[in-house]
Design a protein around this ligand. Structure first.
Ligand SMILES: CC(C)(COP(=O)(O)OP(=O)(O)OC[C@H]1O[C@@H](n2cnc3c(N)ncnc32)[C@H](O)[C@@H]1OP(=O)(O)O)[C@@H](O)C(=O)NCCC(=O)NCCS
Length: 432
């Protein structure tokens, strides 16, 4: 980055605080970067309050010279970047503090001058210095972040479920489902999510905006929150046999003009399999509707296996969801439990120089010890590939076949697959 720019980091301020104007200008720059409409002050304030609740840090890049006459002032950042910390379920119930990145934008008139590279390199180095082992993001375009060492770690897809008479679930009902005012989710959604989060490898704990989104109080998720209340939102709760709420679905009607008539799931969270299937049973029973759509469904979905006719579920657009970036190989590997004991020597390349080296991963009784090694590597790979296999959702053999991992010792990829496996399919149901 040339001397034409300076980077500034600050916390989201609220009205009457010194950084409030900077935070408003920063929020407007993010909205501009994602082609959103200009937000009212009220919406900006709500977004700032939510970012503050998440303890976000805003990064802005500012022009140092005089901006062109009549163009946006020097107080409006030409590039933005937000971070905050939440836990990531890294398998077998272990929750690991993770550095989350969002709101990445560079103004069109300043793009391809290295501003993203500068923000990202500095930010990841600071996070590592701060002791965090992993960073995570979701990507607008899949071509951007591999170069910074991020790898796809979970996937999702859109599904359309035929809920006509074909929809029959093979399961024994447990508990009951009732309709509720969506506002109850303000309190209940975080509680139910917390239970699911502990069970689901790949899950990232949710930002404040989520409960407001599922409760219909803001029109869309995301770190910033957006839109006003959404009057279309409806909610059903699942009660376990002892009467506790252990699942919910937040959904809306697609409108009579949609043929065939459909409901659209905004969020479906369940603390156990019975609640998950019962909520589907409920969705499948809604009158006057023949389809239920879910834009962010797991690819490996128990619903498909519970249906008498699995072809009721039509999947489309399978895509990358969670991207991980290991910042510290030893810390990240030692933080998680492993499914199988064994030793693998990994030669890891890292173009940002954060955590390169040859590491021996020794697992005994599921616990890892990671040491620097000068042994011949079993697997040679970029940090992005190691980040992809970290949660067990991507098979190392696929990355060998793709040329992303070099298998130096025959059978090492299969051993790594068994070691990195987690107790159920990794999935991240939280967009950020
Ligand atoms: C994506 C975006 C932030 C890139 O910013 P930028 O300042 O132009 O990026 P840089 O100049 O630092 O480029 C860094 C590298 O990424 C590459 N790159 C940047 N954007 C890319 C894209 N969309 N696709 C592929 N490569 C991209 C550059 O070619 C450069 O490569 P190199 O350093 O290996 O030569 C910017 O184009 C943008 O704001 N896009 C719209 C909003 C958006 O999609 N944000 C991402 C949200 S997840």
């Amino acid at each position: 980055m040339s001397g034409d720019y300076q980077i500034r980091r600050f916390e989201p301020a609220v009205k009457n605080e010194p950084d409030y104007d900077a935070a408003v200008a920063w929020s407007r720059a993010v909205a501009f970067g994602f082609h959103e409409e200009r937000k009212s002050e009220k919406r900006i304030d709500r977004g700032l309050a939510m970012s503050r609740a998440d303890r976000s840090v805003f990064t802005g890049v500012y022009q140092t010279g005089e901006p062109a006459p009549h163009s946006l002032g020097e107080d409006v950042p030409v590039a933005t970047f937000a971070t905050w910390r939440k836990t990531l379920n890294v398998g077998f119930g272990t929750l690991l503090d993770t550095h989350l990145i969002s709101s990445v934008t560079v103004r069109t008139s300043h793009r391809r001058r290295g501003l993203l590279r500068q923000m990202m390199s500095e930010d990841l180095a600071l996070a590592k210095e701060d002791g965090v082992a992993i960073a995570a993001l979701t990507a607008s375009e899949a071509s951007i972040y591999g170069r910074f060492g991020f790898g796809v770690a979970t996937s999702e897809q859109s599904i359309t479920v035929d809920t006509t008479s074909r929809f029959r679930l093979n399961h024994v009902p447990v508990g009951t489902v009732e309709v509720a005012d969506p506002k109850v989710l303000l309190e209940l959604a975080p509680q139910v999510f917390e239970q699911q989060h502990r069970l689901m490898p790949g899950s990232i704990d949710r930002q404040e905006s989520y409960r407001q989104f599922v409760a219909g109080l803001v029109g869309r998720g995301g770190a910033d929150g957006d839109g006003g209340p959404d009057a279309k939102v409806k909610t059903a709760l699942h009660y376990s046999s002892d009467g506790a709420v252990d699942g919910y679905v937040s959904y809306k009607f697609s409108g009579w003009e949609t043929e065939p008539a459909a409901m659209e799931i905004m969020d479906l969270v369940a603390a156990n399999s019975a609640a998950y299937l019962e909520l589907w049973q409920y969705l499948g029973a809604i009158d006057l509707v023949e389809r239920v759509k879910w834009g962010t469904a797991p690819v490996d979905n128990p619903l498909i296996w519970a249906l008498e006719d699995p072809r009721c579920v039509k999947g489309s657009e399978p895509r990358d969801m969670l991207w991980l970036r290991i910042l510290d190989v030893r810390k990240a590997l030692e933080a998680r439990q492993f499914a199988t004991d064994g030793t693998v020597v990994l030669k890891v390349h890292d173009s940002l120089g954060l955590t390169p080296g040859t590491f021996s991963l020794d697992v005994r009784n599921g616990q890892a010890t990671v040491t620097a090694s000068d042994a011949t590597p079993d697997l040679e790979l970029d940090i992005s590939a190691l980040s992809s296999i970290y949660l067990g959702a991507v098979h190392p053999a696929s990355l060998v076949a793709a040329g992303r991992i070099q298998e130096k010792q025959q059978g090492a990829a299969f051993l790594a697959a068994r070691m990195f496996a987690v107790e159920r399919p990794a999935f991240c149901p939280t967009h950020f």
